[in-house]
Design a protein around this ligand. Structure first.
Ligand code: CTP
Ligand code: MG
Length: 421
């Protein structure tokens, strides 16, 4: 049973001005279809009980596939063929909602939205629904007009030889609003408006370009509430490029858990490792930062305990999301038991590259009293840089006598890595 708001999403246009050769609503924006973006946002309001999408009759299967790929489509939805004009398409959507209505279903508000406005935010949609429920039975989002608007002569269709048209006057833009979708209506009012205006729907030249015009034609009041610049309409290739930038810079609030970085931005990772010094009586060798340190007491552990190389490798795994040192080289991968820290770092870098990442740099800080890194820093950086195939810098600090590192019980290393994927 459906009670509450329902929505018609118009997507039956051909998109002739975008000129893709397939319907505009299937155009890709940040990896998803325009119609998918718009439908997911309608669902994300949490208010919509049923959704009808109108599509070009010859592309119904593609639209169904595009919508089936949307994880955010959490309400019952159907795709129906649109008509020769936007008005005819909305009528077809309303008819589909009406015929799928079950006894007892009560629709209070119907939103009519264009797939050509894929980024209209759910908050805007809710604002429209709330305004209809508050008693304004026809509500459209509108923005003040910022350009100065000129009226042109009636014969503007016949410009002079240079293409220029003559100005007839300047319109007072303070009294103008550019309106957007979704538009919201009391269900019965919109049905009545479409029924009354049905004769106009057959051809684009007479059809209403928005639904509120049909309500105006009934003599009923139409109200404007604040629109949203993100509800911009995609008409040309440039609009699509602007929308891409909006998604890139503002993120996509409809992506429930963004797992992919916006293209071009780097990813950072962090890695830490700690090992205790071995009992000096055991005579263990010290390996640190890819180097052998003759005369220094070694660290305890099954591996070579090279905390600097291990932290660096872990930071690369962290940045790339490929797990961590344990999941890559732990007990489930016995072939890596006993491998040197530098070779683990080299393998981590290789796995990052195999997954499509470039490594920018890795920075590691050694925390502890010994060994004194200073004199061999360049040597260590050269070995680790060669292993990672990207610049690795190594710095060192002590902890003022405090903690396990300050008491020389062990050493620690902390690393960050920067990658681009
Ligand atoms: N629309 C529709 N049925 C039509 C014509 C348009 O459902 N017969 C829809 C479009 O899919 C779009 C909205 O109405 O979501 C606004 O139309 P517009 O932006 O003009 O899109 P197109 O008509 O597809 O584009 P163009 O005019 O460039 O061909
Ligand atoms: Mg059109």
């Amino acid at each position: 049973m459906t009670s509450g708001a329902v929505a018609v999403l118009t997507a039956a246009g051909s998109g002739s001005r975008l000129g893709l050769g397939y319907p505009k609503a299937l155009a890709e924006l940040a990896g998803r279809s325009l119609v998918g973006h718009a439908a997911s946002r309608l669902c994300a309001t949490g208010e919509i009980g049923a959704l009808v999408v109108t599509a070009p009759a010859e592309h119904l299967a593609q639209f169904r596939a595009a919508l089936a790929a949307e994880p955010g489509l959490t309400v019952p939805w159907q795709v129906v063929a649109g008509g020769a004009s936007r008005q005819a398409s909305v009528s077809a959507g309303l008819a589909a909602l009406e015929s799928s209505r079950e006894p007892g279903d009560v629709y209070d508000v119907v939103l009519v939205h264009d797939a050509a406005r894929p980024l209209a935010p759910p908050a805007l949609m809710r604002r429209i629904i709330d305004a209809v429920r508050a008693g304004h039975r026809a509500v459209v989002p509108g923005l003040a007009v910022t350009d100065t608007i000129k009226q042109v002569d009636d014969d503007a269709d016949a410009p002079d030889a240079s293409g220029a048209v003559r100005v007839a006057g300047t319109v007072d833009r303070a009294a103008l609003r550019a309106v957007q979708t979704p538009q919201g209506f009391a269900w019965d009012l919109l049905l009545r408006a479409h029924a009354a205006g049905a004769a106009r729907a057959g051809v684009e030249s007479t059809a209403a370009t928005d639904d509120s015009a049909l309500v105006e034609a009934l003599g009923e009041a139409v109200w404007i509430v604040d629109g949203d610049p993100r509800a911009l309409k995609i008409t040309t290739e440039q609009d699509l490029a602007v929308a891409e930038v909006l998604v890139l810079t503002e993120g996509d609030p409809m992506d429930p858990a963004p797992t992919t970085q916006p293209a071009g931005l780097p990813r950072v990772g962090i890695g830490t490792d700690v090992h205790a010094f071995a009992d000096p009586a055991l005579g263990r060798e010290l390996w640190m930062a890819g180097l052998h340190w003759p005369g220094e007491n070694g660290l305890a552990g099954h591996s070579d305990a090279d905390v600097v190389a291990h932290a660096a490798a872990d930071a690369i795994f962290s940045a790339t999301g490929l797990g961590d040192l344990g999941s890559n080289f732990g007990t489930s991968a016995p072939e890596w038991a006993g491998a040197s820290g530098a070779s683990l770092l080299a393998e981590a870098a290789a796995r990052a590259r195999a997954a499509g990442f470039q490594i920018g740099n890795v920075a590691v800080q050694l925390v502890g009293n010994r060994p004194r890194l200073g004199a061999r820093r360049a040597e260590a950086e050269a070995v680790l840089t060669a292993a990672a195939g990207a610049p690795v810098t190594v710095t060192a600090t002590t902890t003022d006598g405090l903690g396990l590192t300050g008491r020389s019980e062990g050493v620690a290393a902390i690393a960050t890595a920067l990658v681009v994927g």
